[in-house]
Design a protein around this ligand. Structure first.
Ligand code: AMP
Ligand code: TRP
Length: 318
């Protein structure tokens, strides 16, 4: 690891296929930033236990996400790629943070409020979720956390938690910054709402050609003007706006033609990445080895920090 570089950490839940919102909102930045930062990329499997309670599905999802990471271009030679459950310090530190954080404070977290608004039965895991995320980030002296806009509050909670610990026990945690690119902070789905697995409005990142066609043809258009907003908003992820201006002028009002042009662009983009993914799928042992090695590297860093934490709170006697 290069000491002069800033440390970057991010994570994604192994909760199903990633979509282009995940890619443009977060994953693309992971790939771009790995040459200029010391990077940790996590598969946050313990977070995902809040929603996935089937061992077979969990196992498959973890492997799939590891393959996704490699297929988009994350490189185990440059970055530490690992799964959260391989580093016990994450849950251990989360517990310590939970003893410092009040219920009213965590009740203000959006994810909790959303679940509450839907009248869901909320597990303690969902309620405490931001504490585990704070531990994920703070164990590695992280400077930068690239995420989509929906995670901004979680990074703020992480900062607050670090400050509170530092104030009570002495300064040991660095305050991280969220890295959110304004133009891709919220990628819209095919219905114009935020693209999200839970809305069923996604274009999966590793879609087949048929899936791409179906999703794009399903983009909701309104008939208010020549430019179908939802088509355009997705299209501009794949082509420059100056290019698009010409196309959308020429084809004003011709929604089917515009969707067909978008299909061509999405296929061109996804095809090579999907091929790379198919290759990686053939050797799952190699992928598991990358995860295991990544876990070993992460553990060295996290365990050292955890030891300092135990010292600070007074439980380290020998
Ligand atoms: P999730 O699938 O919720 O675990 O999200 C993984 C990453 O993708 C997080 O950094 C999110 O902020 C980001 N993300 C998810 N959906 C979108 C979206 N529609 N637009 C931009 N970023 C997103
Ligand atoms: N909460 C994030 C999400 O749902 C996932 C996550 C867990 C994460 N720990 C993290 C992201 C640490 C960045 C850094 O998308």
């Amino acid at each position: 690891m290069d000491k002069s570089q800033k440390t970057l950490l991010s994570g994604i839940q192994p909760s199903g296929r990633p979509h282009i919102g995940n890619y443009f909102g977060a994953m693309k930045q992971f790939v771009e930033m790995q040459s200029s930062h010391d990077c940790y990329f996590m598969i946050v499997d313990y977070h995902a236990l809040n929603t996935i309670q089937d061992a077979k599905v969990m196992r498959q999802n973890i492997l799939d996400l590891a393959i996704d990471y490699l297929a988009i271009g994350l490189d185990p030679k440059k970055s530490v790629i690992f799964k959260q459950s391989d580093v016990a310090a994450h849950t251990e530190l989360a517990w310590i943070f939970e003893t410092l954080t009040t219920m009213p404070y965590l009740s203000r977290a959006h994810a909790y409020k959303d679940s509450e608004a839907k009248n869901k039965e909320i597990s303690v895991g969902v309620f405490n979720y931001p504490m585990l995320m704070a531990a994920d980030i703070l164990l590695y002296n992280t400077d930068v956390v690239p995420v989509g806009a929906d995670q901004k509050q979680h990074v703020e909670i992480t900062r607050d938690t670090a400050e509170k610990f530092n104030r009570i026990y002495g300064d040991i945690f660095k305050l991280p910054e969220a890295h959110i690119l304004a133009n891709v902070a919220v990628i819209p789905g095919i219905d114009g709402r935020k693209m999200s697995k839970s809305y069923g409005n996604t274009i999966p990142l590793f879609s087949t050609d048929e899936e791409i066609e179906k999703a794009v043809m399903g983009i909701v258009t309104d008939s208010s003007g020549g430019v179908p907003k939802n088509v355009y908003e997705i299209h501009k992820l794949f082509r420059s706006e100056s290019d698009l201006m010409k196309l959308y002028e020429e084809k004003a009002g011709k929604y089917k033609d515009l969707k067909e042009a978008l299909i061509v662009d999405v296929k061109k983009f996804i095809g090579p990445m999907r091929d790379r993914r198919d290759e990686l799928t053939k050797d799952s042992d190699a992928v598991l080895k990358i995860l295991r090695d990544g876990g070993d590297r992460a553990r060295k860093v996290a365990d050292k920090k955890m030891d300092e934490v135990r010292e600070k709170v007074g439980v380290k006697l020998y």
